[in-house]
Design a protein around this ligand. Sequence first.
Ligand SMILES: [Fe+2]
Length: 386
Amino acid sequence: MDQKIHSFFSPNKILLGIGATKEIGKETKALGGTKVLMITDSGVVNAGLVDPLRTNLEGAGLNVFLFDRVEPEPSAFLVDESAQFIKEEGVDIVIGVGGGSSLDVAKGASLLASNPGHVLDYCGIDLIAKRGLPKILVPTTAGTGSEVTRVFVVTDKKDNMKKVVYSNYAISDLAIVDPMLTLSMPSKVTADTGMDALVHAVETYVSMNATPFSDLFASKAIELIAKYLPTAFAKGDNIEARYHMSLASLLAGLAFASGGLGAVHALAYPLGTEYHLPHGRTNAIMLPHVMEFNLIGNRSRYAFIAEMIGKGGNLGDLKGKAALIVEAVIGLLNDVQIPYHLRDYGIPKEAIPKLVHEGMKQTRLFVPNPRNLSEEDVEVIYTKAW
Ligand SMILES: [Fe+2]
């Protein structure tokens, strides 16, 4: 019997569905907003995703400002800068539109608008004293899950390290998940972000911090991603595939919001900061290698994942069945054309000691991982991944 007390975190409200963003004006007003700051990046603006939202908001009588300078791996400075803009203009509600980077900047900006100092002052667990401005988060990819979690990540340019803020106040007031916004995503981004969602679900499912709630969300997400990611990759305008990938990403987000991540994210982070590969891509590269290492830590759960994605194998052979999951993940990576070795990205073998050094700074993510990692283990994993 499980003796732990479990938490479940989620936004106040989630809207999921084709055309859900048509509600944005009404919902923003319902949250008391009058002056809106939309935080996004230029790619999302150029894809034509921001204009309809802006028109809808203005149609509801709201005053809209746009901050469209979010970059991948957003810096802490960018969060401080957008919070400064909020204070100067008297903005009273924040809407993040985009991938994980834009949603994370929106979270940070809404909190910094009501709390003194800089975002780096709040990296850590529950250091934020005051609720921020109300925030609505609208993902345009299917992977980040940031629209429903209580964490956000910024890069500290001083030491080029990813730093994480955990706070219940980082959870959105409203998440609007509209699969129509993901239709124009290029297949490469579909693959990377979809694999990020898979990693969220898998890492949470085998996590030492898994809960009865995260189990439900993670297992459904894994099943949906295995089924729909190849289709969404093959045919970006397949609305059924996009719908289910948006749902899967949302479910995986709800899972890891309560259950926590693990060593895949830990060892992927240095590939992002050192080589500027997209977050989802770095997770995808590390997934089969970390999974292979982790198997003995929770064979029954890995075997169950294999079953969920239709690789059941011999029911009596737990070891063999668990091992099938690595094969299945490699099959999925091949389907969506993601090479999963560091050398495929021009990363030299000589880079491994630095990656080990950086990876060892993410030990908070080793705690919920199903197998402990020593520095030697990390080196072995990166070497196999090379
Ligand atoms: Fe992630």
